[in-house]
Design a protein around this ligand. Structure first.
Ligand SMILES: [Fe+2]
Length: 302
């Protein structure tokens, strides 16, 4: 998920209808304005674990290399890291069967994401490209909202590679490979969701600062915490739900208000990322989400 500050990288030349992006269209990754990438916070469970910090920094350095070479380096995850993955994803799997959108469940299988081992960004990116022409680009931490969202306009998702600290496997204050591969990446195999993401990215490139804030809320209430109707039931497709035991069960409890999605309302509704979400929005379909967003973005002036 993006952090909360914004910079400007507007490019009004991008056409909203141009959703066919090829490798040749991509700006050089070396141009990424990433001087503001967030380092490990002091409240991170691994902040005082020197061994963890060294390992996290090493994996982050592989992501940094990507910006010079454009090539994703696979991480040789060690047995401890594989153990964290197995522990977290096995527990989530049972909840997914109950609460996740059927599309998501199929997508995980299509991408070969299992509880057995941590998937590599390179293999998932290759498969995404075949399915919906989406790509993954490694990144070593949180970047500002405009930069993060803007890359979606090139059908590219920035993704971390390191994994959370073993002391609190159920929790991470920053995105990690569990959040990315279990939460975000499967949904990009959906053509409508992928196009929707690209529209958000397009909007981010030409948005005013106020509109960036609106897009951040739209992203939050859909890509991170979205619910979708499915055959008369409500299911989860948001990454913040699908990658968190606590949030996923909470989302379907009586403590949460689940409202029908209304774009105008969503872009004007603030959220608190430090607490469980009391309000969620249910989209009728990914196609509908894409269409209302296309109409909304088409009013941005650039
Ligand atoms: Fe996220």
């Amino acid at each position: 998920m993006p952090s909360e500050t914004a910079t400007t990288t507007a490019d009004p030349a991008f056409s909203l209808e141009n959703i066919h992006i090829s490798d040749a269209d991509l700006p050089p990754f070396t141009d990424m304005p990433f001087e503001d990438i967030e380092e490990l916070h002091l409240d991170h469970p691994g902040a005082n674990d020197a061994e963890y910090r060294t390992r996290r920094d090493y994996i982050a350095s592989l992501s940094k290399n990507f910006r010079e070479t454009g090539i994703i380096t696979d991480v040789d995850y060690n047995e401890d890291e594989q153990g964290i993955w197995r522990h977290v994803t096995t527990r989530l799997e049972a909840l997914h069967e109950k609460y996740a959108s059927p599309f998501y469940l199929q997508a995980k299988r299509d991408l070969g994401i299992s509880t057995d081992r941590i998937p590599q960004l390179s293999e998932m990116s290759r498969r995404l490209k075949e399915l919906t022409n989406f790509r993954l680009a490694p990144i070593e931490g949180l970047v500002d909202t405009r930069a993060f969202l803007s890359w979606l306009s090139w059908r590219t998702m920035l993704s971390t590679q390191y994994i959370r600290h073993h002391s609190r496997p159920e929790y991470t204050p920053e995105p990690d490979i569990v959040h990315e591969a279990i939460g975000h990446i499967p949904m990009f195999t959906n053509q409508n969701f992928a196009d929707y993401s690209q529209f958000i990215g397009h909007g981010a490139r030409i948005a005013t600062d106020k509109q960036i804030e609106e897009l951040g809320r739209l992203y939050w209430f859909t890509v991170e915490f979205g619910l979708v109707e499915d055959k008369g039931e409500i299911k989860a497709y948001g990454a913040g739900l699908l990658s968190s035991f606590g949030e996923l069960e909470h989302a379907f409890s009586d403590e949460v208000e689940r409202r029908p999605f209304d774009l105008e309302e969503v872009i004007n509704t603030s959220y608190d990322y430090s607490d469980m979400q009391p309000l969620l929005y249910v989209i009728p379909s990914y196609a509908e989400l894409k269409e209302v967003t296309r109409r909304y973005i088409s009013h941005f002036n650039g």
